[in-house]
Design a protein around this ligand. Structure first.
Ligand SMILES: [Zn+2]
Ligand SMILES: [Zn+2]
Length: 85
């Protein structure tokens, strides 16, 4: 933050702006999609795929590789009614 200036700082990346409205726009544009990795079993979303693996293990007791998770997501998205699990 520049000397003698007041303003608002983004907690996600440290970006600073003098105006809250502008900072809000920055957050919405840059960080609204910052948790793209959705849990398969609940509404939890993770920032990174490895965070999601940790969540799955701790919250649901499931240990999966990212490849397995992506495969399950793909099948879920297809939603063809064929339950192969
Ligand atoms: Zn930011
Ligand atoms: Zn979950």
């Amino acid at each position: 933050m520049p000397d003698g200036e007041v303003g608002f700082k983004c907690l996600e990346c440290g970006h600073w702006d003098r105006y809250l409205s502008k900072l809000r726009r920055h957050v919405a544009g840059r960080h609204s999609n910052s948790r793209p990795h959705a849990c398969l079993f609940c509404n939890h979303r993770s920032k990174t795929s490895s965070n999601r693996q940790v969540h799955l293990r701790i919250k649901h007791g499931v240990v999966l590789t990212n490849a397995q998770i992506e495969e399950m997501e793909r099948k879920k998205a297809e939603g063809g009614g064929q339950q192969t699990f």
